[in-house]
Ligand binder design. Structure first.
Ligand code: B12
Ligand code: SF4
Length: 495
């Protein structure tokens, strides 16, 4: 069969397509795990954000897909639905499969959308079994993790157990199935790698626990190194480790750094996401090793610098600094210190706009970010399907916006008890622009040609909505913010 796998074109404020176009790791993993006689094409639509309709029309014409699979986050649901409609118009007999976090966790909401199947949870084996059943026209009831229609009614088969990655059940991704080009992270070709799946924490805003429960499974280092080599052989210069929480097992992470160095793969740049507690409590040995292995950016899940907010986010325990086993405070400063001392940049993940937040508590977080972090990744709490935080916001009546296409993390869709959504978002928007501009210097040093070619476009993106009048203080910043919101609204219309 001909299979076309798509990720959505929608991006959000901190991932402007001019500077960051990341491949979706799920699609190539699915491609690597179907039976080999299928012809699979993978298209990350972030690579053609301005020509989605034309590109899809061409891809359907070229590949004549029997099955289209789409990977969907909640804020991409509306675009996904429009794309499914387009595909049904272009080739009405195509079967369309939805997968990823949104269809997995909000499958009831997909009943009225133009999809034929939903793959819930991890997809490699479920998708393979679905293709076999479609080919043989056999029964679908026994495929766990699958939702399908029968006589107009949706049937949700039993859940599939999470995969043990240790037993080689999941084969390596198939990167040669990609049919579009142009991946980049600030000028260097980027690819994504997994070394593990899962997390045993339970932060209230995170979708992972509902998606797969609290567990942690790891791939062997041989497989991970083979995967990195494969990315490099396909042109990658930067590798993003997309593990849910690689720092859960610090000893293993240290051993992985050693393995990367020994395999001579440390010349690549690495980007990873980690917990502050793990880095603060093990930084003495871990941070120098990370530097040697090539780690350049570390996304730190700081979440918030105030204990009251951390309690609401259920994220206190992953931010604790310990001394001889005793809790001695918040781990953030120490973690940042270790990373900076070892020449790594901190991408600071903060969440502002929780129910008790005031101007002062948000200001405290923004000032902290200004002072200590290299690239701000500040978001607002967003009520994604089935998270514990969503229940709380709903119970407290604080959700102000139900338009899911705006659930991108940087649009405030909830209010606090003291501030409107707009006020919260305005505060973040205003302070973040300067922080981002500041980081241009290290980027120039690393990739001067990229900045020369794209610097103007990047600045234009960061300051869209602003004019000289409001930069000179003649016009109120609120007016620029209103213009920015309107530009953002138009950007969301991908087709
Ligand atoms: C890495 C990551 C990123 C990377 C993305 C890199 C990339 N292009 O892949 C970055 C940092 C860029 C990112 C950004 C964002 N992310 Co993110 N991200 C993750 C993370 C940590 C891991 C995802 C991953 O790659 N896993 C590895 C792959 C193999 O697994 P997978 O994607 O789950 O896919 C499996 C199944 O879902 C399924 N599947 C997936 N797609 C499909 C399609 C088909 C057809 C089938 C059959 C199956 C299937 O099968 C796959 C293999 O088993 C998750 C999860 C987490 N723990 O928090 C969040 C997560 C996916 N992100 C999320 C969000 C909201 C975002 C942002 C909007 C804001 C933010 N929080 O940063 C932005 C938007 C990005 C954009 N497009 O502009 C949410 C999604 C919630 C939701 N309900 O939609 C998650 C769940 C985190 C959370 N908040 O809980 N993210
Ligand atoms: S530590 Fe990270 S991956 Fe784990 S539950 Fe919290 S936010 Fe999710």
């Amino acid at each position: 069969m001909n299979i076309l796998l798509l990720s959505m074109p929608d991006s959000f404020e901190h991932m402007p397509a001019v500077a960051i176009r990341m491949p979706n790791g799920a699609l190539v993993s699915l491609a690597g795990n179907v039976d080999p006689h299928h012809h699979v094409a993978v298209a990350d639509l972030i690579l053609c954000q301005n020509s989605v309709r034309e590109t899809l029309t061409r891809l359907v014409e070229q590949h004549k897909p029997d099955v289209v699979g789409m990977s969907i986050m909640t804020f991409q649901r509306r675009t996904a639905s429009r794309i499914a409609d387009l595909i049904k118009t272009l080739k009405p007999d195509t079967k369309i499969v939805a997968g990823g976090y949104d269809p997995s966790l909000a499958f009831e909401d997909y009943a009225a959308l133009p999809f034929d199947f939903i793959v819930r949870g991890e997809g490699e084996v479920t998708f393979r079994e679905l293709l076999r059943a479609l080919e043989k026209k056999s029964a679908l009831h026994f495929i766990s993790g699958l939702s399908h229609r029968e006589n107009g009614r949706w049937i949700h088969n039993t859940d599939r157990a999470v995969h043990r990655l240790e037993d080689d059940e999941i084969r390596l991704p198939d990167r040669k199935s990609r049919v579009l080009q142009g991946y980049t992270l600030l000028g260097r070709q980027v690819d994504v790698i997994e070394t593990s799946r899962g997390c045993t924490f339970d932060c209230s805003f995170c979708s992972i626990i509902e998606m797969r429960g609290r567990n942690f499974h790891t791939y062997s280092f041989d497989r991970v190194l083979a995967d990195i080599r494969d990315s490099r052989d396909h042109g990658a210069q930067t590798i993003f480790l997309v593990d849910d929480n690689i720092t859960l097992d610090v000893r293993r992470f240290e051993a992985l750094c050693h393995a990367i160095i020994e395999a001579g793969l440390h010349k690549l740049d690495y980007f990873v996401q980690g917990m502050t507690s793990a880095i603060a409590n093990h930084g003495e040995t871990l941070a120098p090793l990370m530097q040697k292995a090539g780690f350049r950016y570390v996304f730190l899940g700081i979440e918030n610098i105030l204990e009251s907010d951390l309690t609401f986010l259920n994220a206190s325990s992953k931010n604790i600094e310990r001394d001889k086993g005793k809790k001695v405070g918040n781990a953030t400063m120490k973690a940042i210190d270790y990373l900076h001392k070892n020449n790594m940049f901190v991408v600071g993940g903060l969440i502002v706009g929780s129910p008790d937040d005031t101007v002062e508590s948000i200001e405290a977080n923004l000032s902290f970010a200004k002072k200590y972090i290299d690239w701000p990744y500040i978001q607002h709490p967003t009520p994604y399907p089935r998270t514990p935080m969503t229940r709380e916001f709903r119970e407290q009546g604080l959700i102000t916006n139900e338009r899911l296409e705006e659930y991108d993390g940087t649009t405030a869709v909830v209010r606090t008890k003291h501030l409107s959504s707009d006020d919260v978002e305005y505060m973040r928007w205003k302070s973040e622009r300067g922080m981002k501009t500041r980081h241009i210097m290290p980027v120039i040093k690393h990739d001067p040609w990229f900045v020369l070619r794209n610097g103007r476009k990047m600045m234009k993106h960061t300051y869209r909505g602003s004019t000289w009048r409001n930069m000179l203080g003649i016009e109120d910043d609120r007016k620029a913010f209103t213009r920015y919101k309107e530009i953002r609204r138009q950007e969301r219309e991908y087709l």
